[in-house]
Each structure stands twice: as structure tokens, then as C-alpha cells.
Design a protein around this ligand. Sequence first.
Ligand code: AP5
Ligand code: MG
Length: 219
Amino acid sequence: MRLILLGPPGAGKGTQAQRLEAAHGLAQLSTGDMLRAAIAADTEVGRRAKDIMARGELVSDDVVVGIIADRIGEADCANGFILDGFPRTVAQAEALDAMLAARDIALDAVVEMKVDEEALVDRVTGRYTCAQCGAGYHDRNIKPARDGVCDRCAGTEFSRREDDNEASVRTRLEAYNGQTAPLLPYYAARGVLKGVDGMADPDAVTTEIAAVLGVGLSG
Ligand code: AP5
Ligand code: MG
């Protein structure tokens, strides 16, 4: 299965992509995570992206299209993948169409995570992740079972993103509304767009995504 999770910052794309990856063996392809890895490794791409990301603006189409074009050819994508944070502009969507056509594969669904903008600043500024395995948490909404200990790997170090502050979230929301929201009619016209209620609790969102995709919750 090949999916896109579409939604503004804090909609829950990463949270649900991790669950889909674990349940269905699909590769999570998060351009945000890949760019953060490039920054951490101090590569040329990372140096170009660092300040743009901190401000909450979009990195150029050619950079992210190049990253995804390389990534979808890797072995772990053969069983399918979840695009998390890509495409974000019509130009990226057109480049993705060309990449998929060249490989003779098709998108199964684009899942729009519908959320109230007012909730997003709280979600994003409360977010933290396990520094060891990347599992995502929130100060109030999604806490590990044992305070300070990751549920998935028992790690005790956590990190916060440089762009998870209110000013950056507001810029990211503007970028979403101006540049990414036009993808909704783009995919609706192709008959692949599905919507889910991203304001429900995380387990209910997982259940609704499985239902709109017509798959079980595991396996
Ligand atoms: P990216 O990393 O993709 O960030 P984003 O789109 O701003 O989205 P987030 O990761 O902030 O939110 P999410 O939807 O994954 O939410 P999460 O599941 O973590 O991109 C970062 C930057 O990289 C961009 O600004 C841009 O500069 C650049 N970039 C990346 N891709 C690009 C592209 N294609 N083109 C150009 N530039 C690109 O959840 C958020 C919080 O809420 C968590 O704490 C979570 O625990 C909690 N939560 C999740 N679900 C729920 C729920 N149902 N109820 C309550 N809390 C919940
Ligand atoms: Mg994310």
C-alpha cells in the first residue's frame, strides 16, 4: 500500500505513520525527519535547510523531491510506504506522480487529517521524542507509561525540535494553508482523497484510518 498523510503541523501525521509502519510493515518516509537527520549530520542539504526549517518555511521543492526520489527506490519501500510531510506543494505532487509512473506504481490513498488550528500550537509546543528510538510523546496528551522512560525502547533521553515554538508553528500553518492545502482538490479530483477526524484521541484516529483504508488494525 502507498499512502500520503496530509495535514498541518501537529495534525498527528508522524504519530499515525509510526503506527501504520508497525502494524503493516510500510516504510515511514518523513521528509521532516530526513531533513533533521541531514542537519544533524551537517551535510550540504542540512546546511541549506537548517535556518529555513527553524523559521517554519518550506525547503525548496528540488531538495525534497530529490530526497524522496532516492528513498522510494530502497528495499524497505518495496512492500509500500507512507509519505509523511511530502508532497507539500503542487509542484512536489506533480513530481511524485512522475516518479510513481516511472516505477509503474500508483497511490492507494491520500488521508487528510482534519484538525482545529487552535489545538495545533498546544500539540506542537508540548511535543517531545525519545532521543534513542524516535517514539513521539506529548507533555499532556501522550505520556509514557513510566515518567521519563520510553515505552518502546526504555530510553531515558528525550529531545525537542528547534521549530516547535509558537512563532514557527504559525509560519508553518501559513505555509500549509497557502501552499499545501491546494493538494486537497488536486487529490480529490483523482478520487484518492479520504478524510479522518484528527481531533479524536490517537487510538480512535488509528481506528478511523484503518477503516477508510479498508485494512485491519494489525498485520
Ligand atoms: P515536518 O517534520 O513534516 O513538520 P510538520 O508538517 O510541521 O508536522 P509536525 O511533524 O510538526 O506534525 P505531525 O503532523 O507529524 O504531528 P505529530 O504526530 O508529531 O516538517 C518540518 C519542516 O521541514 C517544515 O516546516 C519544512 O521546513 C521542512 N519540510 C519537511 N518536508 C518538506 C517538504 N515536503 N517540502 C518543503 N519543506 C519540507 O503530533 C504532534 C503532537 O501532538 C505530538 O506531541 C503528539 O504526541 C500529539 N498528538 C498526535 N496525535 C494526537 C491526537 N490525536 N490527540 C492529541 N495529541 C496528539
Ligand atoms: Mg511529523
